[in-house]
Design a protein around this ligand. Structure first.
Ligand code: ZN
Ligand code: ZN
Length: 425
């Protein structure tokens, strides 16, 4: 038996929190307001004023800036009068030519492919909506756009270029190119376009309002992790995959085998972390003298040159962030396995932290990319990538997947189990 949830037509009346799994009544916030989970404080609905128009305008600007950022050089160096400039796609290509295809693929995906695809998908959905039409498969592509967003790292790349400028200043004259400013503006417009977006407004305009359909006994509703549509849990045949009918994302009441998979990824990341720090991430040849740079020797270089702020940035991004993330995930895994009821709200907050910080560890990988692309003058001066960079990139990716695989609702399941066992009906 299924019944339309009463009053759930205009705003989303019933909602399941994506972080703690609590089913609750949520009234649509006024324009510009937000609705938060009553139990863990997660952001459930963020309402925006004039979201469609603002997001569309910013996405159009982002597209132009993206083209400028990719087509023009972001840095030029002059070593003994010889100018070398590079664009981002050319820098990716130079990693590929140095036989580091895996690294080239990762940098190309996060800094070139994802920002471009997100911008195009956003325009693909928003432009037809503006003139009252629906693009083909708009709902699914909008869903894909939202799943791609965490993998776009224009902001981290921009920081890496700033770090590279300081590093290069020691050996060459550095001239910022047009694309560097385009990157900064792209970063601002694209994140602005995503922030201005009111997903509920877009879904409603796409003809899929957030009408909640909940089973009569609403203890087992399921919420789409991507578009937040609330559905009754369909009875799936064994082995059948469930997909959200609005955006096509796979649906699970809890992420499948969350604990085992997160443990596997955390252990893999710890193992990879050793060669990532022991092996050099790049080799610098200068006037016939070769020097290998590890992550930590890069930090030491900045300290020796008195660049304390940069030493701190690299140390935090490359050493503190991955280790903190792994320690937090292990703590959460152990606490969930022991069915701990200790401070669930604080543990959920720790989880959110691991989701946000991980991407910043990519900064050293981008620095290697920039240096390899700009310094190649044969024996006089050249920078080559080295094996440590591949291991380090693998650490960043495995820890990002580990955070995505962990299901924070498990933290709250133990709390609920305890409450239910104390209230036999
Ligand atoms: Zn919650
Ligand atoms: Zn969905």
């Amino acid at each position: 038996m299924v019944e339309e949830a009463k009053g759930a037509v205009a705003g989303q009346d019933l909602d399941v929190c994506h972080d703690c799994g609590l089913l609750q009544r949520v009234s649509k916030p006024p324009p510009g307001g937000a609705a938060r989970c009553g139990r863990c404080g997660a952001l459930l609905i963020q309402s925006r004023v004039d979201g469609l128009n603002r997001s569309l305008a910013l996405a159009l600007a982002a597209l132009v800036l993206y083209l400028v950022a990719m087509a023009y050089p972001f840095l030029e160096v002059r070593i003994q009068g010889q100018p070398i400039a590079t664009t981002l796609p050319a820098a990716v290509l130079s990693l590929h030519e140095a036989n580091y295809g895996l690294l080239a693929g990762l940098v190309g995906f996060t800094a070139v492919v994802v920002p471009g695809t997100v911008t195009l998908l956003l325009l693909y959905v928003l432009v037809p909506l503006k003139i009252g039409r629906h693009a083909f498969k708009a709902g699914h592509l909008f869903g894909w756009m939202r799943r791609l967003v965490p993998w776009g790292m224009v902001d981290v790349f921009f920081l890496a270029v700033l770090v590279s400028i300081v590093k290069l200043a020691g050996m060459a004259a550095v001239i910022p190119g047009a694309a560097l400013w385009a990157f900064l503006l792209l970063l601002l417009t694209l994140s602005g376009a995503l922030a201005a977006l009111d997903p509920e407004e877009i879904w409603t305009r796409l003809g899929s309002p957030a009408t909640a359909t909940v089973a009569l006994r609403p203890e087992r509703p399921i919420v789409c992790p991507n578009c937040r549509l609330l559905m009754e849990t369909p009875r799936a045949a064994q082995g059948q995959r469930l997909a959200c009918r609005r955006c096509g994302s796979p649906l699970h009441r809890r992420k499948p085998e969350s604990i085992a998979r997160t443990w596997a990824l955390v252990i893999a990341a710890f193992i990879l972390y050793l060669p990532a720090n022991l092996f050099p991430i790049m080799r610098v040849t200068s006037l016939g003298r070769e020097q290998a740079d590890t992550i930590l020797s890069g930090v030491r270089y900045f300290i020796e040159h008195g660049d304390w702020p940069l030493a701190l940035v690299i140390f935090v991004a490359s050493v503190v962030v991955p280790l903190t993330k792994l320690v937090i995930l292990i703590f959460l895994l152990v606490s969930v396995q022991r069915r701990s009821r200790w401070k669930p709200k604080e543990r959920t907050r720790l989880y959110r932290l691991t989701e946000v910080i991980g991407r910043w560890s990519m900064v050293d990988i981008y620095v290697v990319t920039v240096l390899v692309a700009l310094i190649h003058l044969g024996n006089m001066a050249s920078v080559e990538p080295a094996a440590g960079a591949v291991y380090f990139a693998a650490v960043v990716i495995t820890t990002m997947f580990a955070a995505m695989t962990f299901d924070p609702r498990l933290i709250w399941d133990a709390v609920e189990e305890h409450r239910e066992s104390r209230q036999p009906d």
